[in-house]
Structures are given as C-alpha cells and as structure tokens.
Write a protein that binds this ligand. Sequence first.
Ligand code: DX5
Ligand code: ZN
Length: 227
Amino acid sequence: MAADLLQGSPRIAPSILSADFSRLGAQLAEVMDAGARVIHVDVMDGHFVPPITIGPLVVDAIAAQVHDGGGLLDVHLMIEHPERQVAEFARAGADSITLHWEATPHVHHALGAVREAGCGAGLALNPATPAEVVTGVADLIDVALCMTVNPGWGGQPFIASSPAKVAALRGLLPAAAAIEVDGGVDVESAPRCAEAGAALFVAGSAVFGAAEPAEAYGRLVAAAGAA
Ligand code: DX5
Ligand code: ZN
C-alpha cells in the first residue's frame, strides 16, 4: 500500500506543519475526505534547523486515522543524527522516512536502516546541495526529496531554479525512485515541477493556509495533474 502511493500516480502531500494543531484530527479529515492519501510530517530538532516541531508522539497520535483512511505518513526528518531516530519513528507509524544528505556523514547506513525498519527510504537535498550526490546511494532511495525552499519554515517563496534540479534528479535516479518537491509548492510552481519529473508535491500553506483546505487541495491536484 505504502509503496503504491509513493511510486504510483502523482500525489499532493499536505504538510501538517501549517495545520491548526488544536484540531489536527479534523484538519486531517478535511484533506483526506478530499482525496489526500500522503500526509507529510515535518520533524525539526532546533539544531539542523532552528525550529522545534513534531516528534514521534504526534506521529503515533495521527497514525491510526491516516492508516484507517488508506493513507500513509511521509515523515521528513530535519534533524541531526537522523539514523538514531529511525526506529522510533517507524514504531510510531511512519511509512516513509526521509533524512537529509547534510544531516549525517552516514547517509548510506541511515537509508539502509530506514528500509530495515520496514519504511520507504527518502533522501532530502537542501537547495545548495548538488543533485549528483544521489549517485552513490541511488539503489537505496525510494524517494528523492528536492527542497524547493531552505528547510525550517513553511510559507517561503519557491526557489525558481528548482525545476532544473528536479529534472537532474530524474535523470540520475532509476524510475522506481519518486521525486518529491517540498517548499513553496502552489498552483504556479507545481506544474513546473511536474513537467520536470516530480511526482510527490508537499504543500503546507497552500493547503492549510487556505480558507477551505479541501478546495485548495483540489486546486493543487488539478494544477499538478496529480491524484
Ligand atoms: C519546510 C518543510 C515543508 C513545509 C512546506 O522546511 O519541509 O514541508 O511544510 O511549507 P510550504 O508548503 O508552506 O512552503
Ligand atoms: Zn517537509
């Protein structure tokens, strides 16, 4: 199930970072009723990036709702030493775990640990990190996450050079690896990323910052040619 959602038709992945946490379950229900099946969870540790956000407790708290609705939890670790936290997030209910190239000297080991924990393995690249770094671990990557803003905050403007990097990643990785874009994704930037080869589109403020998240989700689906 998880693999199908990650590797199948293009998907919009709402990021709960921009949701109203006082009614998180209701916000999830809104986007899942509208068709969302990949829910993006942004984990920040106050070290790799300044903010501190979500931990395994929140993943555990929403896992049953997301899984019962046929969805998966796409956990994006913006933390130092991500390999130390893989087992904990897998236990909490993560279906895919994405770690940053810049966050550990042990990328090969960490991606292997994610798969050993039974999750899809994602590798995220900051805007300044060249696409070519994926070549040494191409066979260990289920998802390559191209940061289209600098990590740390929702609501930042899309970096215009990103589609070229998406295209470079698409050329470097086997077809089985999906390309995910994250940051500043809206109805303007999503089609440019889709054209370059992205299949997973993380959207925080464009979904939960809108007056009607379900309608905003639908507009993004149409713009990206996603499901
Ligand atoms: C940023 C996070 C994103 C964030 C995107 O560091 O990785 O997932 O939620 O937010 P928007 O869509 O508002 O740029
Ligand atoms: Zn993210």
